[in-house]
Design a protein around this ligand. Sequence first.
Ligand SMILES: Nc1ncnc2c1ncn2[C@@H]1O[C@H](COP(=O)(O)OP(=O)(O)OP(=O)(O)O)[C@@H](O)[C@H]1O
Length: 579
Amino acid sequence: MLKLVRYLKNYKKESIIGPLFKLLEACFELLVPLVVARIIDVGIRNQDIPYILKMCAIMVAFGLLGLCCSLTAQYFAAKAAAGFGTELRRDMFAHINGLSYTELDKIGTSTLVTRMTSDINQAQAGVNLVLRLFLRSPFIVVGAVIMAFTIDVKLALIFLVLVPVLSVVIYGIMLLSIPIYRKVQGRLDKVMLMTRENLSGVRVVRAFSRQEDEMRDFEQESGGLMKIQMLVGRISALLNPLTYIIINGAVILVLWAGGRTVDMGGITQGELAALINYMSQILLALIALANLIITFTKASASAVRINAVFAQKADMKEGSGAVTGTGTAGKQVPKVAFDHVSFAYKGNKESLTDINFKAMPGETIGIIGGTGSGKSTVINLIPRFYDAAKGAVCVDGTDVKDYTYRQLRKKVGIVPQNAVLFSGTIRENIKWGKPEATDQEIEEALIIAQAKDFVDSKQEGLDTKVSQGGKNFSGGQKQRLTIARALVGKPEILILDDSASALDFATDARLRQAIADRTEGMTVFIVSQRAASIKNADRILVLDDGRQAGLGTHEELLENCQVYREICLSQLSEEEVKR
Ligand SMILES: Nc1ncnc2c1ncn2[C@@H]1O[C@H](COP(=O)(O)OP(=O)(O)OP(=O)(O)O)[C@@H](O)[C@H]1O
């Protein structure tokens, strides 16, 4: 938790004023038993009604002043805690966005969502309570003990025994519950993961009639979470009965010993009442402290999980942006070059081995291969979603590692396999590719992406609302909108990762024709499982189990690449293959 204190640096004033006002409130609270003692010893003994009324008025005034201080403290503590949460959330969001795919694959999306939401909320609640109580509760305990000593030293010794005994009980319960709270958050992650997978794949779940299995798995997982929460709840529930037993035992002791002292004239009845009052104050303060400790324990468990995300440093270092690639006189620099590249996902065997090819400016490169052969992995190395383990990937003669991410990703327009749209309008989604794009530029992109007709057919055109995940569009429409989004920024390199798979053959053909006709100079990579989609490319890269099985034109590969020939013959007739 200490590591996160830096997020309070912009709220220093609030973090000081909050606890100070709580201390002030505590002072008024500590004075009240003395006023009560005076009411008993002077007012009641002498039947002095005006005195009693005066003292009652003083007590109400203390109460009101205490309330004002308490409200002020709550306000400042809440402001500081909310600011803490907001800055932490912002920083974590930025940090997660700076992580590479490798780290994101490793941590997992669902746990990141839990850490960004539930864990940060928990830490925020911890800060709020700490600011309000971390000074106040100990102050009341120490203050009440001191006040007891000013009344009677012998009776106050009971307080000196009481406080450590209570502290041991509270500390013991805290020690038992901390590790369990960590487990609770871990379990919560799993429930989140299941919920997320189930809800995002709800159509598939229903199509396969898996609802009952999913419900059973979910019940098992959330049942596990409930069990562990019950366990920690039972341990925490011991706190109140145990502390009340101890305190009530101490009250009995004070009444017994105090009664005798009153009889002997050592203290007055009012002072005895004040001692009992101080004891209740100690109990309430210690219970508040226990709640604080429990909330703080949960907050610390969450802080560990938050810090673990911050400790996850990005493996990839952003380049300096000093672009070095230059062509030798008279020789054109390849737009993209793979120089004997190998790559393995963390903890897995190599997914690419010795890939070596060049794509010249304006060329269209088709990439084909069986499923899992490494097609997406190859193209993921160009915008540097991952770094090659061996060899180098160069864009315009410069290693991709030397570009800043912004420089590189400005050059590359990528249409991923899964068409992802965001809530907003069609226009807003397309502008992701170029924030300052004019309607004319958007229309041009829509024309190339074969999306103009269906966008025009919508009543609101470019202002048509896109619902979460683009659910109000068909698969093919979503694909075309994502293609338009990549095209609008006029990237130098366009990558279509199986992004026309949901289009019918005629639309797919028109799309490729439009890209060829209207994107002069753009280097295009078309990844596809369909031979028909890539056979007219300038050159085709054939992948087989992560290896480069062939590179050349359709005709050359038919001649000399067995894998390619087999793919073509399995999909096209002899005539289509030769055409
Ligand atoms: N994030 C990942 N973590 C670990 N392994 C991965 C990851 N992504 C892909 N792989 C593995 O790398 C290999 C190549 O996967 P890739 O997605 O590049 O294949 P692909 O040719 O694009 O397949 P498809 O046509 O089915 O999309 C596969 O064996 C796959 O299991």
